[in-house]
Design a protein around this ligand. Structure first.
Ligand code: SF4
Length: 506
């Protein structure tokens, strides 16, 4: 199903709202001087004006020759480029590579998101809703999983808050007819409803923190008024331009809290590497301070400290594991430790999505799992995170990878047919995924997917032809891949063979 043909058009007219106009008059805006170099000419101007150089002229010419800007123009703040000058990881996060254009295979609309968009600018796949509120970020990560939206290559639009509020109200009214928003919330907690009410919303884009304070307030206030209990703000601005979190911003969210004291804000930060938190000296060494501590970048420390000082705000970090950015366990472990020390919880680490051009950035799934697993050694329970893939089906946690082994060497006396079967399953090893987060109509929550290993796979698509048990399906269908697999091992078996009969015959 594609919903694009059936979705109502976005309402672009700004409706008069005297209450909001009055509140807006209390909100102040700041003038930021965050010079942003956009595209190749922007970099040239940045360097001509004395800015740090992260590309040679030859590299810029190579990018132009490769037509790189057609995929995603390079873009970064002066602040972030200055961090990049002392860090390979940060350089690699924003520095375009000509080879990005070598293989543009991948999904134009990653994970088929438009399928879950009942209203323009809104995704409703899980129990929460996601809103596209802005089409840019202060800098652009080369691996951006929203690049289709940033560059307007798909039919995704910016959400109109009035249309989204109406959607939330209508949806929640249908969860249990005749109930107020408060009653629906209580009924859900007590397990008294079949459908999940929409209690949470994620502001995304792009980066909501590049919006003006008034614009951001309009989304927060509208969602709170619709009965949303927790509003997430997905942002990398603490890395790209932490000075955005200034007095006027905090006055705005304090006003929001005064008006909606029961609504929590969750900042979903996107720190990819400890170099976005810690200071490096001119020799590119971390600056040590008292004892084992390192000196933090003061603007990051201040912004996070001010967020944490508000009891209605929580902070969770999530980031993908990316080639040449954070694809080693020591860097990931350091990031976990520094985030937790800063007061930010480690939430998800992601497999790089199968976006167009992903092959330049993606680390194979099994390698990324190993890097993440090694990074968890020695971390305490509250410092740890999960490694997941955000697929069309839902969030699949990569639970474990088992090395292959030769059953013949282990148990040479087994009957030949048993050895044939056991080796067919175990010789190359096994990977296990778990359905960590699914849509409300799915029966798969907590189910596992077992597949034979594929060390080259960059996404779940690399395993679809080798799955043995598929907990993403319903009921007996979960076993059907095993039947197909067994038939491939014992070719003479016929369609009428049941799994029980096949196993009895082995
Ligand atoms: S912060 Fe997120 S949306 Fe912005 S460029 Fe990076 S990955 Fe894309």
């Amino acid at each position: 199903m594609t919903s694009t043909n059936r979705r109502p058009k976005r309402n672009n007219k700004r409706e008069r709202n005297p209450r909001l106009d009055n509140l807006n008059s209390q909100i102040k805006e700041s003038k930021f001087h965050k010079y942003i170099a956009h595209d190749i000419e922007g970099y040239r101007r940045h360097v001509a004006n004395g800015g740090v150089q992260i590309y040679s002229e030859k590299e810029l010419q190579d990018l132009q020759a490769a037509g790189l800007s057609d995929r995603l123009p390079p873009r970064a703040t002066k602040y972030y480029m200055e961090l990049a000058a002392k860090s390979h990881a940060i350089t690699n996060l924003i520095k375009a590579r000509p080879e990005e254009m070598d293989d543009l295979s991948g999904e134009a609309d990653p994970s088929n998101q438009l399928k879950y968009s009942p209203v323009p600018g809104l995704l409703h796949k899980y129990e929460l809703i996601l809103l596209y509120v802005v089409r840019t970020c202060s800098s652009w990560c080369r691996y951006c999983y929203r690049s289709d939206f940033l560059t307007s290559k798909t039919d995704k639009d910016i959400g109109s808050i009035s249309q989204i509020v109406n959607y939330v109200k209508d949806y929640n009214a249908k969860v249990k007819e005749g109930m107020t928003i408060e009653d629906v919330d209580r009924a859900f907690i007590e397990g008294d409803v079949k459908k999940f009410p929409i209690r949470e919303a994620l502001l995304s884009g792009g980066d909501p923190m590049v919006l003006s304070n008034r614009n951001l307030f309009g989304y927060l206030d509208g969602l709170a008024g619709a009965g949303i209990r927790t509003i997430r703000i997905g942002t990398k601005e603490l890395s790209f331009y932490p000075m955005r979190f200034d007095d006027n911003f905090f006055d705005m969210i304090d006003l929001f809290h005064e008006l909606h004291p029961n609504v929590n804000l969750a900042f979903m930060t996107h720190f990819s590497h400890a170099d976005e938190i810690l200071q490096r000296d001119k020799n590119k060494e971390y600056v040590r301070t008292k004892g084992y501590h390192y000196t933090r970048i003061p603007q990051v420390e201040e912004a996070v400290g001010r967020l944490r000082s508000r009891n209605y705000i929580t902070l969770e970090n999530q980031a993908p594991i990316i080639d040449s950015v954070n694809d080693n366990s020591q860097d990931l472990r350091r990031l976990h430790v520094e985030l937790k020390r800063l007061g930010i919880n480690n939430h998800y680490y992601f497999q790089c999505r199968e976006i167009e051009g992903h092959k330049t950035f993606a680390v194979p799934v099994e390698k990324a799992w190993r890097i993440h697993t090694e990074s968890q050694h020695g971390l305490s329970g509250i410092e740890k995170s999960r490694f997941v893939m955000s697929t069309e089906f839902g969030k699949l946690e990569v639970v474990s990878v088992m090395d292959g082994f030769d059953v013949t060497a282990l148990a040479p006396d087994l009957p030949e047919e048993a050895l044939k079967l056991a080796n067919a399953i175990f010789k190359d090893g096994i990977i296990i995924f778990k359905a960590h987060r699914t849509g409300e109509s799915s029966t798969s929550q907590g189910q596992i997917v077992i597949a034979k290993r594929n060390p080259e796979a960059l996404w779940i698509s690399g395993y679809e032809d080798r799955i043995l048990y598929d907990g993403r399906k319903d009921g007996d269908a979960r076993f059907s891949p095993m039947g197909t697999f067994l038939k491939s091992v014992f070719a003479p078996l016929t369609e009428s063979d049941t799994m029980e009969k096949i196993l009895q015959n082995v």
